[in-house]
Write a protein that binds this ligand. Structure first.
Ligand code: RIB
Length: 300
C-alpha cells in the first residue's frame, strides 16, 4: 500500500532560547541561564515531527532570502522533507525569542517576518500539491486567509484536515467547516467556545460548542494531565506520561505531528493520541524545539 502523504502548511522560525531559573516579570532583568539557537516555528516543528515519526511529508512555508532561511531549508532537506514548494520572501525569516524556566514552562515572542507573506495567491499556486494530501496539518502562524484557503482546498479534495489553533485567536466560521480534527489546548478551547474550561464539565460543554461549529473530532491537550479525545459519541481520556520536563517548547507541535502520523497509519483517534503522548513526553525532556523532537525508534 502506498504511504499516505502528510502536507504541512505553516510557519518556519529560528528560535533563540534562554533556559534560566525563572521567567522575568515586566520590567525585570533576570541573569543566569544558557543560550541555545535552533530551528523552530509551529509549522516546521509539526512537519519535522511527522517526518521523524515515519510519514511522507511535504512542508509549505515562506522564509526570507537570508541566511536563516537558507539554514532552515537545508535543515528540512536533511530531515528528508519535501521542500520543493517552500517559497521565499523579501522580508526577514521568522524569529522567536523564547524564555524557559527551571520547570520547563516557557514564554515566546515571535517576529513572523516572511511567515506573514505566505499569501492566498501563494496557496492557490500550490493548490495541486495540497489536493494530493491525505492529511493536511495547519496552525495559525501564517495569515488567517491563507489557512482558510488551504483548509478549503484540502477538504474539497477529500483530505482529512487537522488544525492546531495556536497561537490562540478567534477563528472564522468558514475555517471550522473545512476542518476534520481540531487540537486545542485548554486556553484555546475556552477562547474558541467562549466557555470557561476550569473543570471537566466546562471542558465537555466547550467541546460541544466547538463541534456544533462543524468540526467532527476534537482532541484537547491538557499538559501534565494528558488529553481528552472526542470522537463520535465517545470521550477517551489519555493520561500523560510522568516525566521531568526541562523545556515544553514544541511539545504541542510534536503531539500534532504524531497524531497525523498515527492517523495516516490507520490508528483510531484515541490510539493516535496515545502514540502522540509518548512522543511529546520525550520532547519535554529535551531543550529546544526541533532539536527535541524524537524519531520513531525513540518511542519503542
Ligand atoms: O510551538 C513552539 C514554537 O512556537 C517555537 O518553535 C517558536 O518558533 C514558536 O513558533
Amino acid at each position: 500500500m502506498a504511504e499516505k502523504k502528510i502536507v504541512v502548511v505553516g510557519s518556519s522560525n529560528t528560535d533563540m532560547t534562554i533556559k534560566g531559573g525563572k521567567l522575568p516579570a515586566p520590567g525585570e532583568t533576570v541573569t543566569g541561564g544558557l543560550f541555545y539557537m535552533g530551528p523552530g516555528g509551529k509549522g516546521a516543528n509539526q512537519a519535522v515531527a511527522a517526518k521523524r515519526l515515519g510519514a511522507d511529508v511535504i512542508f509549505i512555508c515562506k522564509v526570507g532570502s537570508d541566511l536563516f532561511g537558507d539554514n532552515a531549508i537545508a535543515g528540512y532537506k536533511r530531515e528528508g522533507i519535501d521542500t520543493s514548494k517552500i517559497l521565499r520572501s523579501s522580508k526577514a525569516s521568522g524569529t522567536a525569542l523564547i524564555l524557559v524556566d527551571a520547570g520547563g514552562e516557557n514564554c515566546i515572542s515571535v517576529a513572523p517576518g516572511a511567515n506573514c507573506d505566505l499569501s492566498v495567491e501563494d496557496i492557490d499556486s500550490i493548490a495541486p500539491v495540497i489536493r494530493k494530501a491525505d492529511i493536511l496539518l495547519l496552525q495559525l502562524e501564517i495569515p488567517m486567509p491563507s489557512v482558510v484557503k488551504a483548509a478549503r482546498i484540502a477538504n474539497e479534495a477529500g483530505a482529512y484536515v487537522i488544525l492546531n489553533p495556536a497561537p490562540a485567536c478567534e477563528l472564522p466560521p468558514e475555517l471550522l467547516k473545512n476542518v476534520s480534527l481540531i487540537i486545542p489546548n485548554q486556553t484555546e478551547t475556552a477562547l474558541l467556545s467562549g466557555v470557561s474550561c476550569l473543570d471537566e464539565e466546562g471542558l465537555i460543554d466547550a467541546v460541544a460548542k466547538i463541534r456544533a461549529m462543524g468540526v467532527a473530532d476534537v482532541v484537547v491537550t491538557l499538559g501534565s494531565k494528558g488529553s481528552m479525545v472526542f470522537s463520535g459519541d465517545k470521550i477517551d481520556r489519555i493520561p500523560a506520561e510522568i516525566v521531568q520536563a526541562v523545556d515544553t517548547t514544541a511539545a504541542g507541535d510534536t503531539f500534532c505531528g504524531a497524531i497525523a502520523v498515527g492517523l495516516s497509519e490507520d490508528m483510531s483517534l484515541p490510539e493516535a493520541a496515545a502514540f502522540a503522548t509518548k512522543a511529546s513526553a520525550i520532547t519535554v525532556q529535551r531543550i529546544g524545539a526541533q532539536n527535541s523532537i524524537p524519531y520513531r525508534k525513540d518511542l519503542i
